[in-house]
Design a protein around this ligand. Sequence first.
Ligand SMILES: Nc1ncnc2c1ncn2[C@@H]1O[C@H](COP(=O)(O)OP(=O)(O)OP(=O)(O)O)[C@@H](O)[C@H]1O
Ligand SMILES: [Mg+2]
Length: 274
Amino acid sequence: MPKEKPELSDAMKKKLGGKTFIKNPIQGTKYTIAISSAKGGVGKSTFATNLALALKKAGCKVGLLDADIYGPSIPKMFDINEKPKSDGQTLSPIIKYDIQCMSIGFLADQQTPMIWRGPMVTSAIKTFTQKVSWKDLDFIVVDMPPGTGDTQLTFSQEIKMDGAIIVSTPQEVALLDVKRGIKMFDKLGVKILGLVDNMSYFIGDDGKKYNIFGEGGVKKTAEDFNKEFLGEIPINPEVGKFGDQGKPIVEANPDHEISRIYLKFANKIKSTYL
Ligand SMILES: Nc1ncnc2c1ncn2[C@@H]1O[C@H](COP(=O)(O)OP(=O)(O)OP(=O)(O)O)[C@@H](O)[C@H]1O
Ligand SMILES: [Mg+2]
């Protein structure tokens, strides 16, 4: 069982305007794990969906919360087109592949851009964490939006987050943003479980390994910041194909080498917490 994460230091509280924050757990769940990276397009949603499915295959009860209010991905990646039911007080998550799911994309038209101010984003996050009837979950996997904005801040300050996994690709420009993301969680007292190097390399038809975006950068960043390096996931067109079809690779092809990598991550998380 992981230790409770430390409260914010006095220096940090001062930095946040002297405010103290009461961090509530999400009702109906034991542990909340955020999938984050300040950089866009590095594979956070792909990772979050496949990790959720791998945790399920490892025997856990899992929820998937799409915290990307401006650009939700879960409806597409899980092929969900229905609206959640409400009893006037709470929203029921939509269950797909045995995972309890919630996304702003279930409530709004997918084509309509979300032109929302910060406080509205904060209020949507509060609804998803306080007014959804999540039930008996071991884990909620939270798919974070890119950046270090209102969503990350709301989660870090108001919700008991048990860990964050930072996904990156190996390019310098991605790593710059990732460093910002690490510092943000460190400042806000959220434990970083580790860094993942996604789209790390490509195996060509000749069987050779090509490090298209560079090599070793994510691992080095983990070392520089004294964080654990969780591992690499290669580029594989099957990942995108299954994601686009609404059935992520871990569900569609559990024996695929990529699915096995996800299962390893899931077992590690399971044994860390349960
Ligand atoms: N290992 C992989 N191999 C091949 N394609 C991948 C891999 N990981 C992610 N992708 C593809 O990369 C694209 C971006 O992935 P995804 O939407 O998960 O990123 P994201 O970080 O959530 O983006 P955003 O910041 O916009 O939320 C998708 O088309 C996805 O299918
Ligand atoms: Mg995403």
